[in-house]
Write a protein that binds this ligand. Structure first.
Ligand SMILES: Nc1nc2c(ncn2[C@@H]2O[C@H](COP(=O)(O)OP(=O)(O)OP(=O)(O)O)[C@@H](O)[C@H]2O)c(=O)[nH]1
Ligand SMILES: [Mg+2]
Length: 551
């Protein structure tokens, strides 16, 4: 129970900083997936997986790997450190093909060795083999690995070395006087590990074969090469594994780095840092911008044009004019207006409430966007995306651009649904139309009454019947006044209404334009703004994740 609690506490204290950084890197790589280079994201994810795996294991052991070129003396160094003849030392061949592990102190190492992928037959425990007491405790808690050579012709050797170099907490690079300057080790291993100086040591083995007065010069040369690799902080020790020279100093140096049990953490931090920095270099830290007002306006204009908003607005104006004229025109000539087709009906718009309900899913007959209109939308969308991505690095600019046009294929349907779903409000006649219509018919009846009166007077005159005195107003007989006045007032009223009608038509067109555009804005939000925002959110997550990883 106590050890369980201790383990948990241990994990918490280790995860409090390493864990937060690993989580940061994980967040970054999750949101960078598909947006930044796959290889980069893969290697970051690999670091996350490796670090999480290592953090889950007990922190009591430090894995130290001995790596180097073929014949440099890795196995000899391993044997000298363990004080045992465990690893086969080859005069020429056979060489080490599989890693061998020696564990100082077994508790909790089983899982670790399993995680390292070292089979039981290649493991040995220092305690069980040496019953003579443990006078030298400097390497307690060490899991020492003898690796195959990295410059072998055997591919399996490279793979094993590459795998374990990534998993080890500490690395001891064994160089020899002949090959210490070989590009193979510097370019392939040392330079890429430039951020890992804290978890590396370099030994110059076979030092017994170098004349004494040449040793310092050679060590200085190794030092210079390491500085060029970016590994200024790495200690360089002279060693002769065969004659035991420098083994004690090496143990001291290892104990110094492994003893505090911080090596695991340091190694993981270095890995996370390197991966996060590589990603940050590509991802950048620029701020996304908001598109300018002009860009947004042009985008709306392009969408409106593609949706046929001007066509519909014109149709609403003429339809309102037509319908109101039919209702308020002079009844004698208004029937002419009835013969004209209603432009809205032709577009299958404003079919009334039920008609709309029936055809909601079906298309209107507003023409589909032309090639030119589509191209204009495309250009406007790209301009907005370019505006937004101006301050970002290339991969994010590309991601924003891709997202911005990703939904444009179904633009035509969405625009049409917006048209069909917008209430154009032309079914209602202006409130005064009814009154005018009644008035018009009263005037017609008055005129007809006057005409009938005059007609009857004519008949009486023809029949030589004495006619009664006609009432008159300001000297004009009433029937004449009725006929002429009825016709004249009717025409005048129709003319006044014409002016009112075109005013109403213009007002309605404006209202419809406004309503359609607000519908379009939600289409733009769905098809352009939201996809772009999703990319920007991913960008921010990556940025914050990397900040956490690099803090
Ligand atoms: N003179 C001298 N010979 C050494 C020293 N260290 C190792 N050797 C010899 O160098 C040869 C190769 O040593 P190993 O320890 O097998 O080298 P290795 O790096 O394990 O070789 P591989 O497993 O083949 O990669 C052996 O004959 C060793 O005896 C040393 O410090 N001085
Ligand atoms: Mg060997």
């Amino acid at each position: 129970m106590t050890s369980l609690l201790d383990g948990a506490r241990n994990l918490v204290s280790r995860t409090s900083d390493v864990g937060a950084r690993v989580t940061g890197l994980e967040t970054a790589s999750t949101h960078a997936r598909g947006r930044l280079d796959d290889e980069l994201v893969d290697s970051a994810q690999e670091v996350v997986d490796r670090a999480s795996g290592r953090l889950r294991l007990a922190a009591d052991h430090t894995v130290v790997a001995i790596a180097g070129a073929t014949g440099s003396g890795k196995s000899s160094t391993f044997n000298a450190l363990t004080g045992l003849e465990l690893a086969a030392v080859g005069v020429r061949r056979p060489t080490t093909s599989w890693a061998t592990a020696c564990v100082w102190g077994t508790e909790g190492a089983t899982e670790l060795l399993e995680w390292l992928g070292i089979p039981a037959r290649h493991q040995v425990t220092r305690d069980s083999m040496l019953d003579t007491g443990r006078e030298d405790r400097r390497l307690d808690g060490t899991v020492l690995l003898d690796l195959p050579d990295h410059d072998s012709t055997e591919v399996s050797h490279h793979l094993e070395v590459d795998r374990l170099v990534k998993l080890a907490d500490l690395l001891v690079w064994v160089l020899d006087p002949q090959k210490y300057a070989d590009a193979a080790i510097h370019d392939r291993y040392l330079k890429p590990l430039a951020g890992h100086a804290d978890v590396m040591m370099v030994v110059l083995n076979h030092i017994d074969t170098v004349p004494e007065d040449g040793r310092d010069g050679m060590l200085a040369d190794v030092r210079r090469l390491l500085d060029e690799d970016g590994l200024g902080g790495v200690p360089v020790l002279a060693l002769s594994a065969r004659h035991g020279i420098g083994i004690d100093a090496l143990k001291d140096e290892m104990a110094k780095r492994a003893g505090s049990k911080k090596a695991t953490r340091t190694r993981l931090l270095a890995d996370v840092h390197a991966a996060a920095e590589a990603m940050a270099a590509v991802s950048g830290t620029g701020k996304p911008a908001t598109p300018t007002r002009d860009r947004a306006a042009e985008l709306e204009e392009a969408f409106a044009d593609a949706a046929g908003v001007p066509v519909v607005v014109d149709a609403v104006a003429s339809s309102t004019r037509l319908r109101a004229r039919r209702a308020t025109g002079w009844p004698v000539t208004a029937w002419v207006a009835r013969l004209k087709p209603d432009p809205l009906k032709r577009l299958h718009l404003d079919l009334g409430r039920e008609g709309r309900a029936l055809t909601k899913a079906a298309r209107t007959s507003v023409p589909e966007p032309t090639q030119v209109q589509r191209a204009r939308v495309d250009a406007a969308v790209r301009a907005v995306a370019d505006d937004v991505g101006k301050g970002l690095t290339r991969p994010w600019q590309d991601a924003v651009r891709r997202a911005s046009v990703s939904h444009l294929d179904d633009i035509s349907d969405r625009l049409d649904q917006t048209l069909a779903g917008t209430d154009l409000g032309v079914a209602r006649l202006p409130w005064w139309a009814g009154t005018v219509r009644v008035l018009q018919w009263l005037l017609i009846l008055t005129a007809l009454g006057g005409a009938a009166w005059l007609g009857s007077l004519a008949v009486l005159g023809y029949l030589q019947v004495r006619q009664p005195d006609l009432p008159s107003v300001v000297g004009i007989p009433v029937p004449t006044l009725m006929l002429v006045g009825g016709v004249a007032l009717g025409i005048l009223l129709a003319l006044v209404c014409r002016v009112l009608v075109s005013f109403t038509a213009r007002a309605r067109a404006r209202a419809v334009d406004k309503r359609l555009r607000s519908g379009l804005r939600s289409v733009i939000a769905d098809m352009v703004t939201k996809p772009i925002d999703a990319e920007l959110e991913a960008y921010n997550k990556v940025r914050h994740g990397l900040n956490d990883a690099l803090r």
